[in-house]
Design a protein around this ligand. Structure first.
Ligand code: C2O
Ligand code: CU
Ligand code: CU
Length: 440
């Protein structure tokens, strides 16, 4: 279940240069099921790009699909022109056309790439892959390291399901695929050594589905989130990952007394009206145990990181109200402060400015709120401070609750998008733009 690796064609050790082609391909989902999906380089997920912090990444992208597309580098602090947002940062890449993405990856962490044209459809059809930026000095001594791409795909009669199934209600809820995938497979398996610590870097690339990770009583130690290591490790019995988010965690699964297997599951999680009724727990990965003696118990040095809190004194405050309204023709649309994206909801910021965004969700569904291009620090949820400190680019704003974060805009002027990462919600109006103006 390991991911395919992108091939670096550049001999310079500080440059990673790859070819990336979006095209349809038959993929094997496991259990003998195949489907014609939309892929990067023919695989689902697309190939993992691996770089070291500080490297230059050059991606020669070619669109061999029948629809226009772009590549967005989720979480990477790219120059605006490399952000992959059509009309605002680049033209769409038309069928048969190419575009070269070229930027430096300075922040270690797990990032991911996906289209930004008809995102719900294109991501749902299989277009996503990971970008792992390593920090050789992070010193996490584990027995094994793995990247887990959680996603789903909708199949009907052996083909990709229509991206607008369920009509307006499907949009309001956020359509989930009917096959749950880990690294592209419905029946992922992993062999581990009893008690050996594993580092799992997890991304939720599903267009709408939340995952509530549960490993049969084993605890997870979270060491990092979207933007790399967090201030200190945190132990949890179960952990939620929303679309767009990443987790860096340590687990040390033990062989059960009966000698059999352990299963990583996704439990029922309430992300709003209709999300837990008549639903079942999903099995994600079956862990079997290598025929080796238990790993010698050793205390693992868990990493912590010095993260300076962004100074909030003098910050500009921005209120973002997430709304769902009914149009004159009876259909519904999401919006920000009552306005759908079609009405161009734009705010402004200046290079060097610090802003506190207070997001209030007035709807019956939760929204993983994502800002392009900049990391933020979550301050509080419903007024309760959030700890430990971590760099984030996507944060869940649960239904009928509020979250605030602080962001400092560095010197990368341009139009930066923000939106809900339930991609049907984004397409349904839950998007906005912040125009970052150059220094006065
Ligand atoms: Cu994954 Cu506009 O983002
Ligand atoms: Cu993004
Ligand atoms: Cu949403």
């Amino acid at each position: 279940m390991r991911l395919h690796a992108a091939v670096d064609t550049n001999p310079d050790p500080k440059i990673v240069e790859i070819d990336l082609v979006a095209r349809e391909a038959d993929v094997d989902l496991g259990n003998g099921e195949r489907v014609r999906a939309w892929t990067y380089n023919g695989t689902l997920p697309g190939p993992q790009i691996t770089a070291q912090a500080g490297d230059r990444l050059i991606v020669h992208f070619k669109n061999e699909l029948t629809a226009p597309t772009t590549v967005h580098w989720h979480g990477v602090q790219v120059p605006n022109a490399m952000d992959g947002v059509p009309w605002h940062t680049q033209p769409s890449v038309l069928p048969g056309d190419s575009f070269t993405y070229d930027f430096r990856v300075d922040d270690p962490g797990l990032f991911w790439y996906h289209p930004h044209v008809m995102s719900a459809a294109q991501v749902g059809f299989g277009l996503y892959g990971t970008l792992l930026v390593k920090d050789p000095a992070d010193g996490v001594g584990v027995a094994d390291e793995l990247v887990l791409v959680l996603s789903d795909i909708g199949i009907a009669d052996g083909r990709l399901e229509s991206p607008d199934s369920g009509g307006a209600l499907g949009m309001a809820f956020g359509r989930e695929g009917n096959r749950v995938l880990v690294n592209g497979h419905t029946n992922a398996t992993l062999t581990v050594r009893d008690g050996a610590p594993q580092r799992w870097r997890v991304v939720n690339a599903a267009k709408s589905r939340y995952f509530l990770l549960d490993l049969e009583g084993e605890t997870f130690t979270i060491i990092g989130r979207d933007g790399g290591l967090q201030a200190r490790p945190e132990r949890m019995d179960t952990v939620v990952i929303t679309p767009g988010e990443r987790l860096d965690l340590i687990v040390a699964p033990r062989r059960p007394a009966d000698g059999g297997t352990r299963v990583l599951r996704s439990g029922l999680y309430n992300r709003g009206f209709g999300s837990v009724e008549f639903r079942q727990v999903e099995e994600l990965v079956t862990l079997s145990f290598a025929d080796l003696p238990p790993y010698p118990p050793a205390s693992l040095a868990l990493p912590s990181r010095r993260i300076e809190p962004i100074a909030t004194a003098g910050a500009t405050r921005l209120a973002i109200d997430i709304t769902l309204s009914t149009r004159d023709d009876g259909t519904v649309e999401y919006g920000i402060n009552g306005k759908a994206f079609a009405d161009e909801h734009t705010s402004t910021a200046r290079v060097g400015e610090t802003q506190i965004w207070n997001i209030t969700n007035h709807t019956k569904w939760s929204h993983p709120f994502h800002l392009h291009g900049f990391f933020f620090q979550v301050l509080d949820a419903n007024g309760v401070p959030v700890q430990p400190l971590a760099w984030k680019d996507t944060v869940d704003v649960p239904f009928e609750q509020s979250v605030s974060f602080v962001v400092r805009f560095d010197d990368r002027p341009g139009m930066w998008m923000y939106h809900c990462h339930v991609l049907d919600h984004a397409d349904g109006g839950l998007m906005g733009m912040v125009q970052l103006l150059p220094k006065e």
